[in-house]
Design a protein around this ligand. Sequence first.
Ligand code: HEM
Length: 154
Amino acid sequence: MNFFAVLNHWLHLISVVVWIGGTAFQVFVEAPLLKTGDPSYHFLKNISKRFRRIVGPLILLLVVTGGINFGFRRRGYEFVPPGYISALGVKVFLVAIIASLYFFELLGAREEEDPRERTGGEQPILPGFTYTRLTLIIGLIIIFLASMLRQWKF
Ligand code: HEM
């Protein structure tokens, strides 16, 4: 057993758990609370803001550990099945999409520092969590592809 391969796989999995778990928390716990016009609006928005700060480093970690994962997986094999390469290609493509969603959301959040300014009233515009929902759906598809890759026999 290669300890570095285990450590790398562990880091990959931890990053997935924190990112997709945190995203699921926002969609299933935070979003419904915000819809009720809860007075803790700013507190809940700060939770999302704080979470966004750790997503960037997580994406970087996922890309690096993912590449190393592939290196270990194909070690000792002359031939990697084209089906495996295609599934991995789709996975990387989907990762690029959710990473772009993250950057779009980041830009949007910078522009909208105080949402009340846009409405001119006391009631802020409620965030739609559109990017977050999309990230969760695509993230779950990526995890499905990851389990397919795991079961692929070379
Ligand atoms: C460019 C980024 C990424 C690359 C290159 C990559 C690559 C890989 C590779 C090669 C494996 C090993 C597959 C095998 O066992 O044959 C793996 C495992 C895994 N990946 Fe990624 N990955 C990336 C990002 C992600 C993301 C964003 C997620 C989740 C949203 C994810 C979820 C997983 C999971 C859950 C496993 C573990 C599967 C298992 O051990 O059963 N990966 N990844």
